[in-house]
Design a protein around this ligand. Structure first.
Ligand SMILES: Cc1cc2nc3c(=O)[nH]c(=O)nc-3n(C[C@H](O)[C@H](O)[C@H](O)COP(=O)(O)OP(=O)(O)OC[C@H]3O[C@@H](n4cnc5c(N)ncnc54)[C@H](O)[C@@H]3O)c2cc1C
Ligand code: FES
Length: 300
């Protein structure tokens, strides 16, 4: 392990300060309306949500990687990553898979439903620090949701970043999220490559695991160094394998960012559902650099 890599102290003073300001935001649940609902893939829909107070709508700001708590009174509340560009401010896009009480209620609802939004919460991808560098986005399954927000922010400020590549993997072609946007991303010089585990008849692309796509990307003459940053999102088993490959290829651990989406209940450090030791993923995450994750016992 590289001993020269700076250790990120997740309980440093600025984190404690952020924790306090995060908790204060819980006092404000903004009234919002679902303005449109689009089916994306099996059991996953894209919800466009407008914050209704004009002052809140124009001042609401977030950074890619952060999440909001969405509440339907009497039904439930849960955390969801923001998938839209931060420049959209009070018009948020959430991509939600129907799995339980709240999400299956949302899957049945229609546009016009009033909901409560609080946040934004949590740590984010440090896009400011990444300016001038090459960017590698690697997504598995629903991991594309927060990555899309970061990618859109990079696209809107394209000249501030060097080379940008987006690699994504899904179970089968029907599970590729936002596939209808890939062509427009390619047209703005982003390298977009996809791979699926189970091809269907119409699939002419790559077949295999996301790790094969990463191996292929690296064998195309790319030399990873501290001029690169990687943002990886997907199930822990996927990001563990991907980050180990990137590390072996020369990318420093503190240049890789992952999201730890532990099951959350309260989202504010009270219920102890999401903690790993003394680290609460609702307050200290969900975005961590890989160095911090490796040092979190039992995180992956
Ligand atoms: C930081 C963060 C960001 C998230 N972002 C998103 C997002 O962008 N889109 C999204 O769809 N989800 C996201 N989730 C997951 C989402 O919050 C949960 O799926 C949500 O709690 C489900 O609420 P529910 O009331 O519908 O399910 P519940 O009624 O709480 O659960 C019902 C059943 O579903 C199962 N279940 C609950 N959650 C999951 C899950 N994630 N995977 C598999 N089974 C589950 C439970 O085990 C239970 O059996 C995120 C979670 C975190 C912590
Ligand atoms: S979700 Fe309750 S402590 Fe983090």
């Amino acid at each position: 392990m590289d001993r020269n890599v700076p250790v990120v102290d997740i309980l440093a003073a600025d984190h404690i300060h952020r924790r306090k300001s995060d908790l204060m935001r819980y006092e404000y649940c903004h009234e919002a309306e679902i303005t449109s609902i689009s089916p994306l893939i099996d059991s996953v829909k894209l919800y466009r949500i407008r914050l209704l107070d004009p002052a809140v709508h124009s001042t609401f700001s977030f950074v890619p990687g952060q999440f909001v708590m969405l509440e339907v009174p009497g039904i439930g509340e849960a955390p969801f990553s923001i998938s839209s560009s931060p420049s959209r401010r009070g018009d948020l896009e959430l991509c939600i898979r129907s799995v339980g009480t709240l999400t299956s209620f949302l899957a049945r609802c229609e546009r016009g439903l009033r909901v409560g939004i609080s946040g934004p919460f949590g740590t984010s991808y440090p896009l400011e620090r990444m300016k001038g560098s090459n960017m590698l986005f690697i997504a598995g399954g629903l991991g594309t949701v927060p990555l899309r927000s970061a990618l859109l922010a990079v696209l809107e400020n394209r000249s501030r970043y060097a080379r940008v590549d987006f690699l994504c993997g899904a179970k089968n072609p029907a599970f590729l999220l936002f596939a209808d946007e890939y062509e427009s991303w390619r047209n703005t010089d982003i390298g977009v490559q996809c791979i699926v585990d189970e091809p269907d008849e119409g699939w002419s692309g790559q077949v295999g695991m996301i790790t094969s796509l990463v191996d292929q990307f690296l064998s195309s003459g790319i030399s990873l160094s501290d001029t690169w940053y990687a943002i990886v999102c997907g199930p822990p088993v996927m990001f563990k394998a991907v980050c180990s490959t990137l590390l072996a290829a020369g990318l420093p651990m503190h240049h890789m960012f992952v999201s730890l989406e532990r099951r959350m209940h309260c989202g504010k450090g009270k219920c102890c559902r999401c903690n790993v030791g003394s680290t609460y993923t609702c307050l200290d995450g969900p975005v961590f650099d890989f160095w911090s994750v490796v040092n979190l016992k039992e995180a992956i």
